[in-house]
Design a protein around this ligand. Structure first.
Ligand code: INI
Length: 156
C-alpha cells in the first residue's frame, strides 16, 4: 500500500458552472443521458441554474460547438451527451473517430475538462442498457469524470 498522499478531486459541484452539449440524433436515448448527468451534478451540489443545455443536430457537430463555448468562457466543465449506434450508422467509424479526436483536442487546447458521454454501440439494445438500465447511465458517469477532473486540475 502506497504511503504517498494523493492529489484527489473531491466530488463537490457547489459554485461550478457546466454546459451539457447533447445531440438531437437518437434523442430518446440522449434524453436519458441528459437526465443522468443533470441528476448527478445536482445531487453533488450543483445549482440547476448553473447548468446550461445546448442541443446540437448530431454528435459530429459537438466539437465546433464546444470550441465556441470555450471561447465564450465561464464554464468549469463541459459534458457531451450523444449516441452513435453502429447498426444504424454506415459512417459510424468516421463520426465516432472525428468526434472523440475533436473533443479531446479542444479540451487539451483550453485546459477545460470535456466529458465523453457519447455512447458508441453496436445496437440500439446496447445503447438502452447504457442509458439508465442494466449497464448504468453513461451521462452520469461522464458528469462524474468531469467533476472529479475539474477538482483535480484546481489542485495542481
Ligand atoms: N449522429 C449521432 O449522434 N449518432 C448517430 O448514430 C448518427 N448516425 O447514425 O448517422 C449521427 N449522424 C449525424 C451526424 O452526427 C451529423 O449530424 C450529420 O452527419 C450532419 O453533419
Amino acid at each position: 500500500m502506497s504511503q504517498l498522499e494523493a492529489i484527489e478531486g473531491q466530488l463537490r459541484a457547489e459554485g461550478l458552472r457546466f454546459a451539457l452539449v447533447a445531440s438531437r440524433f437518437n434523442d430518446f436515448i440522449v434524453d436519458r443521458l441528459i437526465n443522468g448527468a443533470e441528476d448527478y451534478l445536482v445531487r453533488h451540489g450543483a445549482d440547476r441554474s448553473q447548468l446550461e443545455l445546448i442541443r446540437v443536430p448530431g454528435s459530429f457537430e459537438m466539437p465546433v460547438v464546444v470550441k465556441k463555448l470555450m471561447d465564450k468562457g465561464g464554464y468549469d466543465g463541459i459534458i457531451c451527451l450523444g449516441a452513435i449506434i453502429r447498426g444504424a450508422t454506415p459512417h459510424f467509424d468516421y463520426v465516432a473517430a472525428e468526434v472523440s479526436k475533436g473533443l479531446a483536442n479542444v479540451s487539451i487546447q483550453y485546459g477545460v475538462p470535456v466529458g465523453y458521454g457519447i455512447l458508441t454501440t453496436d445496437s440500439l439494445e446496447q445503447a438502452i442498457e447504457r442509458a439508465g438500465s442494466k449497464a448504468g447511465n453513461k451521462g452520469a458517469e461522464a458528469a462524474h469524470a468531469v467533476l472529479e477532473t475539474v477538482r483535480v486540475l484546481a489542485q495542481i
